[in-house]
Each structure stands twice: as C-alpha cells, then as structure tokens.
Design a protein around this ligand. Structure first.
Ligand code: SIN
Length: 333
C-alpha cells in the first residue's frame, strides 16, 4: 500500500476556529478559540486522504493581523515545504483578510508544492458549519499532485481560487469568495479537485521576493477616493512615515484636484504612488487622458485590488524604489 501524502496544517485563528453560544448563532461568536488540533480531529475523514501534522502558529482574528504575522506564516510554510516528507501545506485563517495573506504567500513562498488557504464563514459550533468541508477540500487539494505549480490556492465553498484573483464579496454569505473577473481555477467534486485553468502571472517558486532576512515590510497606506476627497489623508500618511501610497481612485483610478495635488506632493517627497481603483474589477492603465503617469512618475496597479496592490508595493519596495522597476512588477505579478 502506498504512503499517504503528508500535509502540514498551520492554524492561525478566524471563524473556522470560532465558537458561538448556540448552534444557530452564526454572527455573534468568538473567533480564534478552537485549536487547530481540535479542528483536525473533528474531521476524521481527513486521515483517509493524508497524514496530518498540525501546528498552531497563533490564534488571531484576521482583522487583527499585522504584517509580522504574514512573515511568520510564510516562514513556517517555507520550512514545512522544504521537508522531503511534506507534500503540501494548508493554512486555516480568518476570512476578513484571507485574500491578503494568500496573495502575500503567493508572492513569497518559494516552492512549487501546494499551499492552500482556507477558512469558514460560520463558526465551528454552528448548524451547517462550513469549516469542516472547507478543511477537507483544502487538505485534499494540498495532497494532490495536480495542485503543484499553480501558486497559492484558496479553498472555500467547494471552489478552487487563485490567491491573486480571489476576493471576499459578501459580509456573511457562504458564497462570498469570488474571482470576479477571470473566474475560479476549478472546483471540488466530492472532495476531489477538478482544475479548468492555471494562473499565468508569476508566483511562488518563480517570484523574485523572499521573506528570509526581512524583519518587517515598508509601510504603505491605502487612501480611497470619493466625491470631494481632500488631500488630507494622503498628506497625513506621508507625514507619518509611509513609503508608499496606494490610491484607490474612482473609476479607472481617478482623483479630485485636491487629491492629485497631495499625491504629487507625496511623490516629490519620495513616497511611491500607485494608482489603483475602488471598483471591484478591471485594470487601471497608464497615461489615460486624465492622468499622465509618466509626467507624474506614478505607478499603476493594473487590475490588482487596492489591498493586493499594497502587498505588491510593500514587497517591491524591499527590492527597489525605482518606479519603472516597480511598474514592471505590477505587469508581472
Ligand atoms: C476573521 O477574519 O478572523 C473573522 C471573520 C472570519 O473568519 O470569517
């Protein structure tokens, strides 16, 4: 009989590890209270598809995470994947910022072995909790040779999504994680992965970023545009030490005259400015009729959401401050 693949499960907290006061209480619960060992034990079927090793990295709701937590997860995943006896890694995580951690890992974990991030919308104590099936699917994906080389995957609600594309779209519904513009990579069929497409942008083993030697990440703030937006939040972020500003502009990355003046001042003072959009889908392109990025020395986010553009900018700034190089990165990842 063949050995089962070994999957390391890294627990970080979230609703998947949450407990409510009753089985019908699906919003008023405490996240991050059930240990990862207990989550694994609650799904005995996992033992049929993989040999499991659970590690509790921390127990923190994902809206409380700091960039230091990303570094910790990336290091633990990298360490586990370097072991010859480990086939893949699963990370259990809160859903609020799951897409951010997944994209950070997509850019920093230098391995072709599967890395799968999962969570749950309902606490473990709820009727119809989604965590156990999400965990089963995530382990099945991490144990599958078919998942290798596809970057960091997100397993939620029977879907397989690419970390770059996926975003949370509903505050409470189970069908919340969607890859709005390009669709999912695949779906789980009775716990077995079925892939339909692969990501083409660079990631994981082929990325140029690394967490080794990093104690922290450069500070990048996101500022959102709206009718009548002033430049005050931009000026405040720069005065407070931000190395970069991602501006989530209106439409295709536009801004008010006051915001433009503040962004120009921010760039002059040395901060890198990335134009993104507050719109859920579509790209911000360079040098539109409204904005001459070449003249202003701005970078555009392509189709990355502001929160993912921030991650790429933070990692980019660990390597260069040259805006042409940073723009290349936004075309590459
Ligand atoms: C969190 O993100 O930690 C809480 C919400 C969730 O996991 O769904």
């Amino acid at each position: 009989m063949q050995n089962k693949p070994k999957v390391v499960i890294l627990g970080t907290g979230g609703t998947i590890a949450g407990a409510g006061s009753s089985a019908t209480n699906v919003t008023g619960y405490r996240p991050s209270v059930i240990g990862v060992e207990e989550l694994v034990t609650a799904v005995p079927k996992l033992g049929e598809i993989a040999e499991l090793e659970a590690q509790q990295l921390f127990q923190v709701a994902s809206y409380l995470l700091e960039t230091s937590h990303w570094l910790k997860i990336a290091r633990a995943a990298t360490e586990a994947l370097a072991r010859s006896d480990v086939s893949g890694v699963v990370i259990t995580h809160g859903t609020d910022t799951l897409e951010e951690t997944a994209y950070f890992l997509h850019l920093t974990v230098r391995s072709e072995k599967p890395v799968v991030v999962t969570g749950a919308m309902r606490p473990a104590t709820a009727l119809s909790a989604d965590g156990p099936m999400n965990l089963y699917n995530a382990v099945s994906l991490a144990a599958s040779a078919e998942s290798a080389g596809k970057g960091v995957l997100v397993a939620m609600n029977d879907r397989i999504a690419c970390a770059r594309d996926v975003t949370k779209t509903h505050t409470s519904g189970l069908e919340t994680f969607r890859s709005t513009e390009y669709g999912n990579l695949g779906q789980m069929e009775n716990g077995v992965p079925r892939f339909y497409r692969v990501p083409l942008r660079r990631h994981t083993a082929f990325a140029e970023f690394a967490v080794a030697g990093l104690d922290d990440l450069p500070r990048v703030e996101i500022v959102t545009g709206y009718v009548g937006a002033t430049g005050a939040p931009i000026a405040a972020a720069v005065a407070d030490g931000a190395s970069g500003i991602v501006y989530a502009g209106t439409g295709a990355g536009n801004f008010t005259t006051a915001a433009r003046e503040a962004l120009v001042a921010a760039r002059r003072s040395g901060a890198v400015v990335v134009r993104a959009s507050r719109i859920a889908a579509g790209a911000v392109t360079r040098n539109t009729g409204h904005v001459d990025d070449d003249a202003l020395d701005f970078v555009v986010a392509d189709d990355l959401s502001p929160q993912k553009a921030r991650i790429l900018l933070m990692l980019g700034l660990t390597r260069t401050r040259d805006t042409r190089e940073l723009q290349r990165m936004f075309r590459t990842y």
